[in-house]
Ligand binder design. Structure first.
Ligand SMILES: Cc1ncc(COP(=O)(O)O)c(C=O)c1O
Length: 376
């Protein structure tokens, strides 16, 4: 392209300094880099649904193809209605978004201003920090305790007059641990009403307690974030949603991109909610697979599972100090297994942790045998 010298906007240097998220590798990247045939790759780094999407969602998306030339409803009423019904709330308490990640940005835009502070415990989902930084907000990262639990008072003490949003995740990514009920209510009870609490429940369907819709009825400064990318197997469709007090939703409807939910996305997500059988099958597969993986990993002397995993992945600490998480990551890739190296993107874990998805038995066995080869 011509005239590249003219491209020198003042914002560019700042954006260059913002670290972008490193997602789990794709199968094609492993095929290219290591020459492993695609059907021999175990993709265990993106917490996707091993069963794929619900067949009912796929059918509904096919039917919605007839509407491709039409603009969608900018208020996404049909899918919000389905989400509201599913959660026992009113449509005025629901916003739909192009994945949770878009909603995070809308929340930052609607409820904070430049240089305001956004508090969150670390380690956590790296996109919280990225979203805060691209919107020119100040991320305030509060390290968890050594045992990876949140100290609620330490978190609350990090609040200043400039704090506008608190971001919590349960189950946590990458730890897979949940915030106990008492701790969560303590944090909510002690958070000033002018601070919005975002509770990211992307993996809550896999946890023992499940999603906490009940809390949204009690705290007007709370928004629950959910996604169709995980238990519904629709990561490629890009649909997420939030549940909150109607005043919060009204503000978000003003800042969200106008037509953020396309006709295919609306049809697929609504149909997925109706497929209770697919939901149950996925949940059972993940919960039993998780028990299996934890049990098998207990036989390894040089790795240890971090606390009690409640999501569809497990976080592992490498106990052998001569091997780093990057060594394990690279070693497993050579054997066709993709996992997450927690020294990349995540904050506060150093180079001692990896994250691996719960999946079908054959893929988990592939991981286990490669792990035993790599760890010696
Ligand atoms: C905690 C957490 N929240 C949100 C997301 C992304 O959700 P979505 O696909 O709806 O943008 C992820 C994806 O990995 C995640 O780990």
């Amino acid at each position: 392209m011509k005239n590249q010298k003219l491209i020198n906007f003042p914002s560019m240097a700042y954006l260059e300094s913002v670290e972008t998220f490193t997602p789990g590798l794709r199968v094609s990247e492993v095929v290219e880099r290591y020459g492993v045939p695609a059907d021999k790759v175990a993709k265990l780094a993106s917490a996707e649904n091993p069963l794929g999407p619900s067949p009912r969602a796929v059918k509904a998306i096919g039917l919605a193809l007839n509407d491709l030339s039409l603009y969608p409803d900018w208020q996404a009423r049909s899918v919000r209605e389905a989400i509201a019904r599913h959660n026992g709330v009113a449509i005025k308490n629901v916003i739909a978004s192009c994945g949770e990640t878009e909603l995070m940005l809308s929340i930052i835009m609607a409820f904070s201003e430049q240089a305001d502070e956004i508090v969150f415990p670390i380690p956590t989902f790296p996109i919280y920090e990225q979203a805060a930084l691209v919107e020119r907000r100040q991320p305030v990262q509060v390290p968890m305790d050594q045992d990876f639990t949140i100290d609620p008072d330490k978190l609350l003490n990090a609040f200043t007059k400039k704090t506008r949003i608190l971001m919590l995740t349960s189950p946590n990514n990458p730890l897979s641990t949940t915030i106990e009920k008492e701790k969560l209510t303590y944090i909510l009870d002690h958070t000033p009403s002018e601070v919005l609490v975002l509770l990211d429940e992307a993996y809550a369907d896999y946890s023992e307690t499940g999603p906490r819709t009940d809390l949204a009825h009690c705290y007007p400064n709370l928004i629950l974030l959910r996604t169709f990318s995980k238990v519904y197997g629709l990561a490629g469709l890009r649909v997420g949603y939030g549940i909150a007090h109607e005043a919060i939703i009204r503000a978000l409807m003003k800042v969200k991109p106008t037509w953020n939910i396309g006709n295919l996305a609306a049809a697929g997500a609504a149909a997925a909610l109706e497929d209770k059988e697919h939901y149950k099958k996925t949940k059972t597969l993940i919960q039993t697979g998780r028990d299996y993986l934890v049990e098998k990993l207990s036989g390894f002397s040089n790795v240890s599972v971090v606390m009690k995993p409640e999501g569809n992945f497990i976080c592992l600490q490498i106990l052998d100090s001569t091997i780093s998480s990057t060594d394990v990551f690279e070693g497993l890739l050579q054997g066709g297994v993709i996992i997450k190296d927690c020294s990349v993107s995540y904050k506060g874990l150093g180079n001692r942790f990896i994250r691996v998805d719960v999946n079908v038995r054959q893929k988990m066995d592939h991981f286990l045998s490669e792990l035993s080869r790599v760890m010696g």
